[in-house]
Design a binder for this molecule. Structure first.
Ligand code: ASP
Length: 172
């Protein structure tokens, strides 16, 4: 039987982690169907411990407060207390702050993660590493909203994306 504490509910919203290369468009585009379940099951061998929902599939530069309200509503309805949200990196901090500011007594551990390079079809992707770190953190961390990127667990109030270095950091 699955240990309840190990269960993680993953909500996909899009971002580079779910982009794929389109040969006809000669660029990366958002995949219609998230790559995450196939990665977890076929590559990482993760099966029993997760549930998955593709809530939206957008570039996070297009994420509005209406999208964030929809996400928050989904979070509130999730039966699990361990939640991983996959999200574009450009506005990941804004969404994490929105969730933190607009929720009280959620009693859930909410981890946002994403990647700088798409999960599917790119051997140099950081996606699998970040997703694994986010899942492990959701299983263990106390309740609250956090960002898992680059092997670090960030407080969204104290982090930013460093665009020129393609990584998240805590500003001094
Ligand atoms: N433009 C993408 C997004 O924020 C960038 C990324 O995910 O790294 O959705």
């Amino acid at each position: 039987m699955t240990d309840k504490k190990q269960e993680v509910y993953i909500i996909a919203t899009g971002g580079t982690i779910d982009k794929i290369y389109s040969p006809s468009e000669q660029t990366t585009i958002l995949s219609e169907k998230s790559s995450i379940p196939a990665y977890l099951e076929n590559i990482a061998g993760v099966k029993a411990i997760y549930k998955f929902e593709q809530l939206m599939m957008i570039d996070s530069r297009d994420m509005t407060d209406a999208h964030r309200a929809k996400l928050l509503n989904a979070i509130k309805n999730v039966p699990s207390s361990n939640i991983v949200i996959t999200h574009g990196t450009d506005t990941m901090v804004e969404t994490a702050l929105y969730i933190g500011e607009n929720s009280t007594n959620l009693n859930k551990t909410i981890i946002l993660t994403g990647s700088m390079v798409p999960m599917d079809g790119f051997t140099n992707s950081d996606a699998g590493f970040n997703l694994g770190h986010a899942i492990a953190t959701a299983q263990q961390k106390e309740q609250g909203v956090f960002i898992c990127m680059n092997g670090q667990v960030f407080d969204p109030r104290k982090t930013r994306k460093n665009i020129s270095e393609s990584r998240f950091e805590s500003p001094p």
